[in-house]
Design a protein around this ligand. Structure first.
Ligand code: ADP
Length: 448
């Protein structure tokens, strides 16, 4: 847009110079040749005077004709440039008017020099009202005007390029949020104002508010769910503990009067009760983690002691399935780490529980070793049913199980490994799984 008047200016000058040059050349040649040729025809002074007059008239006629053609040509050229200029100005204005956002040009005082149709609609002014001389600051709430003025000066100085958010003010006094992108207008290295675009962000703000409210709502219902779970778990666990205590009391009291079937009924009640308590514990732990209520307590803990204790705990269930369960350490010193004892115990309890549960024959080896970074790692390796490759990326998701539905052969609720992962994230430890369907699995936990 702005370079079109320059083109016109240049063509005007070159046209005038061309005409003057042609005039000088033609005039010079005419005078030189005519004056040197005419004396060859006659010496009569009177005739020579007539010829000189006729020559002068002819010169005027020829140069007038020449000038006419050249000036006409030049005027047509100027007309053509002007038409192009108006055409491109019209195109620029139509393009600006078709934009749904306000575009503007202002001078150093903030007076509008140019704006498009959208700005009238956006701010509720008429075309006549927003003419040259209308201050752009009238379209911003008074509280934002000083900041806008400061930003304008900084942008004109080239010190700032950022987008700024303001509260825009309509003619009727209503407001809406806008963001303004602007750049300095520079002519011959002198900054004369700003050119920019103002975008109405009302819808974006509404969506942001809705997102924040939905997030708060989701957090609130998550908290309620966790509190509900904690409450319900407590309500179930308390009577269940009473049932289990009386079951064990009755089993011991009546031991001499019970036949084998009756004894196994008591054992079934105990096993089912323990399973229910384990499930409730897992749900409770998950709820606690979700609610962010678990406090991590870091102390020096001995991994070997914890794992020896846990293998003892699972000895009985492993023996019942004829499985070998062993715990060893390949490191020279006692593996003492700084971590949370409760969390570490919960992690390995879940992993050893799974290893025993998903192994039908063979063995489970728990081993502590140092990895290449000299960090302590624990591998729980089993010769169990193994895990399919396709299931691997879902293994740590809550309630996910490789084998689902009523035909499922194993107990469980799919919470164990999800808990393990969340616990390990809390204590900055990592877990890796290596498994082959039908061959066995190796769960490795490394402490950083
Ligand atoms: P679950 O209560 O079902 O055991 P987990 O979250 O502990 O839930 O484990 C998720 C799933 O991962 C299990 O259902 C099982 O399919 C698979 N899995 C976990 N540990 C082993 C393992 N040692 N061997 C084979 N599969 C395993």
């Amino acid at each position: 847009m702005s370079n079109i008047p320059h083109k016109k200016e240049r063509s005007k000058h070159s046209g005038i110079i061309k005409i003057i040059l042609i005039y000088i050349i033609v005039g010079g040649l005419w005078i030189f040749f005519s004056d040197s040729i005419i004396p060859h025809f006659t010496n009569d002074i009177e005739i020579l005077t007539y010829i000189a007059t006729a020559k002068g008239l002819l010169f005027i006629l020829v140069t007038a004709a020449l000038l006419y053609f050249m000036i006409n040509n030049y005027v047509n050229e100027i007309k053509h440039v002007e038409e192009n200029f108006h055409e491109s100005e019209k195109r620029y204005k139509e393009l600006a008017d078709s934009l749904p956002q306000m575009i503007f040009e202002i001078d150093k005082e903030g007076l509008i020099k140019f704006t498009n149709l959208a700005s009238y609609k956006m701010f509720g002014y008429t075309l006549e009202e927003i003419t040259e001389g209308f201050s752009v600051f009238k379209t911003i709430v008074p509280g934002d005007r000083e900041r806008a003025r400061r930003n304008m000066i900084q942008i004109m100085r080239g010190e700032k390029k950022d987008v700024e958010e303001y509260t825009a003010l309509r003619k009727d006094g209503t407001t809406f949020p806008v963001i303004i992108f602007s750049n300095p207008i520079t002519t011959n290295k002198i900054t004369t104002g700003l050119r920019g675009i103002a975008i109405d962000i009302t819808e974006r703000k509404i969506m942001e508010d809705q997102l924040i409210r939905s997030k708060e709502k989701a957090e609130e219902s998550d908290k309620l769910k966790s509190e509900f779970l904690a409450q319900m778990s407590h309500e179930i666990r308390t009577p269940l503990n009473v049932i289990l205590s009386y079951n064990s009391f009755l089993k011991d009291e009546l031991a001499n009067y019970l036949d084998e079937d009756q004894k196994s009924s008591f054992i079934s009640v105990e096993t089912a009760g323990r399973r229910l308590i384990r499930t409730i514990d897992l749900i409770l732990n998950m709820a606690e983690l979700h609610a962010g209520k678990l406090e991590v307590r870091i102390n020096d803990i001995n991994l070997y002691d914890i794992l020896i204790e846990l293998t003892k705990e699972f000895e009985h269930s492993a023996k019942e399935k004829n499985l070998e369960l062993s715990c060893s350490k390949s490191c020279d010193v006692m593996p003492v780490i700084k971590s949370d004892e409760y969390i570490v115990t919960e992690v390995f309890q879940n992993l050893i529980d799974n290893a025993v549960k998903y192994t039908l024959r063979g063995k489970i080896e728990v081993n502590i070793y140092n990895n290449e970074k000299n960090n302590y790692c624990v591998a729980i390796k089993d010769t169990g049913i193994g895990i399919a490759d396709e299931y691997m990326d879902k293994i740590f998701l809550p309630f996910s199980q490789e084998d689902t539905g009523y035909s499922r052969k194993f107990d469980g609720n799919g919470l164990g490994l999800a808990l393990v992962k969340k616990y390990l994230d809390l204590i900055d430890a990592e877990i890796m799984v290596d498994s082959k369907k039908g061959k066995g699995s190796n769960f490795i936990v490394c402490f950083n």
